[in-house]
Structure formats: C-alpha cells, structure tokens
Design a protein around this ligand. Sequence first.
Ligand code: NAP
Length: 309
Amino acid sequence: MPKQISVGLVGVGKIARDQHFPAIAGNDGFELVACASRNAQVDGVRNYKTIQEMLAAEPELQAISLCATPQVRFEQAKAALLAGKHVMLEKPPGASVVEVAILEELAREHGCTLFASWHSRYAPAVEPARAWLAARQIKAVTVLWKEDVRKWHPNQDWIWQPGGLGVFDPGINALSSMTRILPRAFFLKSAELWVPSNRQTPIAANLDFIDDRDTPIRAEFDWRHGPEELWQIEVTTTDGVLRLSQGGKVLHIDGASVDIGPEREYPGLYERFHELITSGQSDVDLRPLEHVADALLLGHRHAAEPFIE
Ligand code: NAP
C-alpha cells in the first residue's frame, strides 16, 4: 500500500471533473480532502472559495493540484509552496516561462516537490515511440493538431485572453509529446499565426522548426477544424514511418498497428506525482512552453475572422 498523501484541488472546472477526480479516486496513494473554487462545490470534501482560505483552514494538507486557468497559476502555486505543500501544475505550467522557473526555485527553497505536468506525455504511444525513435535517423516530422474550438473549449473566455494561449492550449500538448519522443533538440525557425480580430490569442498557427541536422519539423495547429479531431505526429526515418495518432492513443510503424496498451494519462500523472513526492524530487520541463513563447516572439501575424462564440 503506497504512502497516503492528502491532496487539495484548486479550480474545479472541466479538467478537474473529467480527469483529476477519477484519477485521484483511483490512486491509493492520494486522498482528496478539500477543494477551492469560487463557483463550484464538490461532494464529500471540504470546500473553500480560494486557495488562501483552504491553506489557512487545512494545515495538515500535504499536496495541492492546480487546475484553474494558467493566468492565475503563479499566485496559487506560490501560496502553496510558501505553505510547504507539494504542487502539481496542470498544463501549461504558467502564463510565462520565467514565472515557472521562479516556482521551481521556490520549491527547492521550501523542500517541496513541483511537478509541471504534461498529460499528453502519458498517452500510451509516447514511450514506445520514444524508444523506437531513439536510435533512428529522422528525415522529417509533420504534426497536425486540429480540432473544433467550439466542441472542446465552449465559453472558455480565458483561453482568448493574454496568457490563455489560444490554439496553443491544445498545441502545447503536441509540443510536449514532440519534445519527449524526438531524439534531438529542435528550435523554431518561423511561424505564422492567425488571430481573430476581436481576440488576443491565435485560432491557428503553422510552425516550422529544425534541429542541428536541418531536419524539417512542421506543426500545424488549427481550431477551425471539425467535427473529427486530428491529433497526429508523423516521423519519417531512414527505417520507416512512425505515426502517433488520436493524441497518442494509437501507434503505427510503416502502416502496421503496434499494441501499446490502454489509455491512462491522468492515472499516470498522479502516479508520477506520488513518486516525485516520496523520492523528494521535482519535474519541471519548460521546453513545450518555451516553444510557444518562441512562436509568439517570431510569429508573423495574420488577422482572422472575428470569433463569435
Ligand atoms: P475551465 O473549465 O474553464 O475551468 C477552469 C476553472 O478555473 C474554472 O472552473 C474556475 O473555477 C477556475 N478559474 C477560472 N478563472 C479563475 C480566476 N481568475 N481565478 C481563480 N480561479 C479561476 O477550464 P479547464 O478546461 O478545466 O482548463 C483548466 C486547465 O486545464 C487549463 O490550463 C487547461 O489547459 C488544462 N486542461 C484542460 C483540458 C480540457 O480538456 N478541458 C485538458 C487538459 C488540460 P471557479 O470559477 O469555480 O473558481
């Protein structure tokens, strides 16, 4: 029986209900004891409006899972770390790159675990893809990450605000898998961004990366797609083509399906969080967020149609 760690969850929205609650309930190493959310109440736990109220009332709490929007992540994480709690950050880990580096330092100073989670890395195709690609020579990479924003992000106004990432909110999932499976580091050469004239963040983006061997790595993110989402990474190597599809649930090598086991992204995340806490470590990989920041630095902007919900 793993050591049981009490956890409080902050920001009860779609991802908390869809994934975090079932994953915590299915993990013997965690017990959900409290939630903090301005507008939601969760049955069976103690409820607070803010993380500050929760921390003041729950001194025994050991860990905090932050599931609110990225724009409020830093203040919530800082409050938790200053109170000596272990912290798991939903993706993206922050609204800027540097704020997360500061959190990592704070965690170190306070002897806490900081886990900047990337759920897509726990999709079942990711580790087999990484292993297969490790010793291979990559010729080209094409990433298509396309979905209907109205289906996946209804009424999420925060996503269109600065720090909300727009189409990079799902796109960063692709970047988190790419940075995990590709054997060599890559960087952005150029980008095109389409931003609705009434919004602050892109609805579509085309990104051209290369690595130190000039391997072309192309990613296309688009929210004007539908109704069937396309979440696919295709890697052409000198030994054949690897294709990860359905966001990492399916793997093909040269057209042949590879048996990779069931989907368990969020159970995998909580197992990792538990392992990090019990071994006294942190896990903060900022590369996916750095690539988004680079796209926003280098991107050539085009005005797109206004987006009306
Ligand atoms: P959501 O449904 O809009 O929920 C976010 C919650 O954050 C809200 O319910 C709200 O709860 C709280 N919140 C919003 N603004 C806040 C503020 N200014 N101050 C304090 N709390 C605030 O969004 P979501 O889809 O769950 O996404 C949350 C995070 O999870 C995002 O970073 C997203 O990228 C990530 N994520 C989402 C999905 C998905 O499929 N939706 C998948 C993976 C990861 P209260 O109003 O009750 O405080």
